[in-house]
Design a protein around this ligand. Structure first.
Ligand SMILES: [Zn+2]
Length: 286
């Protein structure tokens, strides 16, 4: 799933490519992908694009007061084309969820792999009308996101810090991959309770959050959409690297698996050398 750094790179990419262009048409590959019905997609026809922005993991294309907003979800992606196929997509059989045509013949498709369709698009006059945007917590890359604010947010939260970092209502833009990376950089256990962190740990977590994301944003910046997935994978130190060596200490990267996700961490760097319990691993070892 693209997270803040990849979404930011997509936004920068789209802003550059759509400069001076208008939307010619928005076609839907399935009715259910569009979560709003008024205004209809035809309202965007002929509208010049004024800006492309990011809200958490949402991308927002603004055209004359209307906003085409979308969220790529777990298996969605954006495929840019300098010359978009002329075939009109129609709801039903297409693997393409949304096709957006621009005035110079270019455009993009939003695609989604797998059978669980969660990619969501919205056409609204105000991005705050999108429920997922209205409930977003602060953006960790915002200039005014300070250590003081972050410390206040963590205070009294008897919640595992991994879960908090991923919670879009708590913090906007971080998902499963970057929360693993941030916790590794902060030398913190993913299961540590936010309320138990001391001042120094909060400080390290804040610095790790900002540094990890800033590093990933600059690594992703300027890359075309099709290269972003590989760039993200290449930048990971523990996430998705179960069984490989921790680049900091050389210990093996371990995993805790859940019903539909898993997390990776280094026991030496993060949990005082003690492996975390993993239901699946213990079942395999019985
Ligand atoms: Zn390590």
């Amino acid at each position: 799933m693209p997270e803040l750094p990849e979404v930011q790179a997509l936004v920068d990419f789209l802003r550059e490519r759509t400069d001076g262009l208008a939307i010619v048409g928005v076609e839907l590959g399935s009715i259910s992908v569009l979560k709003t019905y008024d205004p209809p997609p035809t309202a965007l026809r002929g509208m010049p694009i004024n800006n492309v922005a990011r809200h958490g993991k949402f991308i927002d294309i603004e055209a004359e007061g209307l906003h085409l907003v979308f969220h790529l979800a777990r298996a969605g992606w954006l495929r840019w084309s300098d010359s978009l196929a002329s075939t009109t997509i129609r709801p039903g059989k297409s693997p393409i969820a949304v096709r957006c045509r621009l005035s110079d013949g270019s455009g993009f498709d939003l695609t989604e792999a797998g059978t669980r369709k969660r990619l969501a698009a919205y056409i609204v006059s105000d991005p705050a009308q999108v429920p997922g945007i209205a409930r977003l917590g602060p953006d960790p890359m915002a200039d005014d996101f300070t250590l003081g604010e972050f410390a206040a947010m963590l205070e009294g939260r008897r919640t595992q810090v991994k879960g908090l970092l991923k919670d879009q209502g708590f913090l906007a833009g971080v998902g499963n991959a970057y929360s693993d990376e941030v916790l590794h950089a902060a030398w913190l256990s993913p299961f540590a309770l936010a309320s138990t962190l001391d001042q120094e740990q909060v400080q390290k977590l804040y610095a790790a959050l900002r540094d990890t994301l800033a590093g990933a944003v600059s690594a992703a910046s300027g890359k075309p959409a099709k290269e972003l997935k590989d760039a993200k994978r290449a930048g990971m130190r523990v996430h998705g690297r179960t069984g490989e060596a921790c680049p900091v200490c050389g210990d093996v990267v371990r995993e805790v698996s859940f019903a539909d996700s898993s997390l990776q961490y280094c026991a030496t760097c993060q949990t005082g050398g003690k492996p975390l319990a993993d239901r699946r691993m213990s079942r395999l070892l019985k």
